[in-house]
Design a protein around this ligand. Structure first.
Ligand code: ATP
Ligand code: MG
Length: 386
């Protein structure tokens, strides 16, 4: 029945000169999300973005993909017609017949929106005219303008689009409309959710994964790649960097107090992340930290860890409970992958009794026995793009 999907986005972002780039980003995101489909045309028509397909069979799969694209607030499967009153009426009647096959319809209403004022018939008049045609085509129905079983929407733009449902989608802003950031992506539950939340605000995400191969396995790699792919359904293309920080852990183990291991390792991770982010024109880091969840996420620990770098760190989960984070992970579809068994580099080298109140002085003193710059260089030389 349908040959096109109409996508609407939040009016609020459409004002002024941002509008053009907003729409452009959205079209790019849609193009990426639908890259597997052939015979697709994506274009703008008076404030909406349309995805037309020559393959009606792809329609439901296209809709599933489009539900997840940040920046779209609603989509409507639609029929595209010429802007000719008779052609529109014919299709509206056809759509009504199709809907009536699927569900019981006693009452209906037609709503016309005339974006193109050159269309010769006023919206109200045209709705009445179409309503009349539908009534005469089907006997047992009535018009109800307040609470109809079915509403037929006729949207007159450069072309005309007829639809009967608005599907609410994830919302947010188009990825790429609000800067770039580096997500520290582990194989856990939290960091994918953190990336999702920031990307939803229009930020283009890239990801960095630290491992300690051969202490962590290839399988851990694959898990992170899978998480990246799941996130890409919402966030668009994500570049995934990996770095081996084994040398850092070895040095810490050799020269520092065991209970400081996690804090020291985290400071190194932040420095490396900051450096790669800067070199690749990213403005902030993102982590999945949640206040008080583990020893390295107390206020004191976070302060000492962040002291190692200048770049701001976004922590969208900071005030969420683990159960709330898990709910969100389930909603977005990353949870099942996150809980697969894997060997996290931080748990491999985790101390038995990590500090919860680290002192910066003491940490700085420990660090002074390490060749910080040299270690960072060694690790950065293991950089790979997965
Ligand atoms: P997650 O579920 O995201 O792994 P977590 O509850 O296990 O989080 P931590 O292990 O303390 O918490 O990690 C806190 C944050 O630090 C993570 O959310 C992630 O952003 C970052 N991080 C931790 N380990 C890694 C890693 N191996 N590679 C990249 N980032 C990491
Ligand atoms: Mg973790």
């Amino acid at each position: 029945m349908y040959n096109i999907v109409a996508a609407s986005f939040g009016e609020i972002f459409l004002k002024g000169k941002n509008r053009g780039s907003f729409e452009h980003q959205l079209v790019e995101q849609i193009r990426f999300a639908l890259k597997e489909f052939s015979g697709i045309k994506i274009y703008k028509d008076l404030g909406k973005v349309f995805v037309e397909t020559s393959n009606e069979d792809d329609m439901s799969a296209i809709i599933e993909k489009m539900r997840k694209i940040f920046g779209i607030v609603a989509i409507s499967p639609s029929i595209k017609t010429e802007k000719d009153p008779d052609a529109i009426a014919e299709k509206a009647v056809e759509l009504f017949g199709y809907l009536k096959e699927k569900q019981e319809i006693k009452t209906f209403k037609v709503s016309t929106k005339r974006g193109d004022k050159n269309f010769p018939i006023k919206s109200m008049d045209f709705s009445a005219e179409l309503g009349g045609k539908i009534l005469s085509a089907f006997g047992d129905i009535k018009v109800d303008v307040h609470n109809p079983d079915v509403e037929i929407f006729v949207d007159i733009k450069k072309s005309c689009y007829i639809s009967s449902e608005k599907i609410r989608t994830v919302g947010g802003m188009p990825v790429g409309s609000c800067g770039r950031a580096m997500l520290l992506l582990s194989g856990g539950i939290d960091s994918p959710v953190a990336g999702y939340m920031i990307a939803k605000r229009g930020v283009e995400i890239n990801a960095l994964y630290f491992h300690t191969y051969p202490f962590t396995s290839e399988r851990a790699n694959e898990k992170v790649i899978k998480l990246k792919e799941l996130l890409e359904e919402y966030c668009g293309k994500i570049k995934l960097y990996s770095i081996n920080i084994l040398e850092i852990h070895k040095a810490i183990r050799e020269f520092c107090r065991e209970d400081e291991t996690t804090i020291l390792a985290r400071r190194f991770m932040m420095r490396i992340a900051e450096r790669i982010a800067k070199e690749n024109k990213m403005e902030m880091l993102i982590t999945g930290e949640s206040l008080g969840q583990v020893a390295s996420q107390t206020m004191k620990s976070m302060t000492v860890i962040e002291n190692a770098i200048e770049m701001p760190i976004l922590k969208p989960l900071v005030g969420m409970d683990k159960t709330e984070i898990i709910e969100r992970a389930n909603e977005i579809g990353t949870f099942e992958t996150s809980i697969l068994p894997y060997d996290d580099c931080c748990s491999v080298f985790a101390p038995a009794h990590p500090l919860i109140n680290p002192k910066l002085d003491s940490i700085l003193k420990s660090e002074s026995s390490l060749k910080v710059e040299e270690l960072i260089e060694i690790c950065i030389s293991t950089l790979k793009i997965l």
